[in-house]
Design a protein around this ligand. Sequence first.
Ligand SMILES: *Cc1c(COP(=O)(O)O)cnc(C)c1O
Length: 381
Amino acid sequence: MTDHAHLAPDTLTVAAGRPPREHDSPVNPPIVLSSTFHETVPPTGADRIYARMSNPTWDPFEEALAELEGATLPALVFASGLGAAAAALSLVPTGGTVVIPRHAYGGSISLALAEEGRGRLTVRQVDIAETDQVIKQLDGASMLWLESPTNPMLEVAETHKLTEAAHQKGAVVVVDNTFNTPLVCRPLDYGADVVLHSVTKYLAGHSDVVLGALVTSSEELRTKLQTYRTLHGAISGPFEVWLALRGLRTLALRMERSQANALELAQRLASHPAVQRVRYPGLPQDPGHERATEQLNGYGGVVSIELESREAADALVEGVRLWLPATSLGGVESLAERRRRQPGEPLTVPEALVRLSVGIENVEDLWADLAQALSSTASTR
Ligand SMILES: *Cc1c(COP(=O)(O)O)cnc(C)c1O
């Protein structure tokens, strides 16, 4: 990889993954559409061979993401965040135990529970904010799965302490860093083994791509994960990865605006009469505020609010005009969703909770739209 060690993270998002400087060569990596590659006879040992194994359009993105996460080895792209989660979960040996937050990305929990259902592994779901209880549950575990802040409750874990405890007990630590991005947190720096991204969200950033990635500095783990990817075969096409690198170029600006908007809106929502509770680690009164301030370089762009009733929450999502009523997060456009509309959502998530993914629009327009939609929820009270 190019020596970019001296560059700031926001510079890296722009500078990493560029083609070599050669006369008349492009400044951006091209999309390479080829399923197979010229071989050398005899083989060099570093042959690309076939595009399910590696691909010239994956390389620059994998290099850029590794540099951003502070990894010593290239990242691995997967066809989706959940595809990356499946590969990560494959590191749990058959009969092993994975400790996972009870509030986390729904697909990751469902996948772990499905594997438990097949008898492949055991799942222990924990309240990830309760450090002592999590540490007890780590006895005999093969993997600790961390997500912090959690989806959609935005609880903040003591990630450094939990990682250390997991390692003492011999467990591998996987961190889903989707909500944070490497600009807000770099889990490898505090000792995590594998970092997972749904690239679909902030990294690609425009709600037009589904893509995932894993990052590790362990040769042994990377080889296992790459072998899993090659053999299971559900790889990403070059175009998605090219779009993701294009999106990554503006990550720092998008995160800056999204987080500033999120903090401003969280503050205003906290004093709105129709809002019963705001969950956002950036608010000083939030239970996760102190930990987030200690561990993170920002508070993210997701805010969850609780209204008086499920009807009021539905009325809010129905009443917004600029905000889009949709699931997902991390795109330039602001989205609102009542999470319990999804049948798989944990019952510990309140019925009246609406998750807001705050985009990069003008904050006054976002507020005006929320305020008018909140006033329409009054009739449901
Ligand atoms: C969306 C998401 C995933 C799954 O990623 P896909 O790209 O949708 O497969 C995993 N973790 C988190 C935190 C997510 O938000």
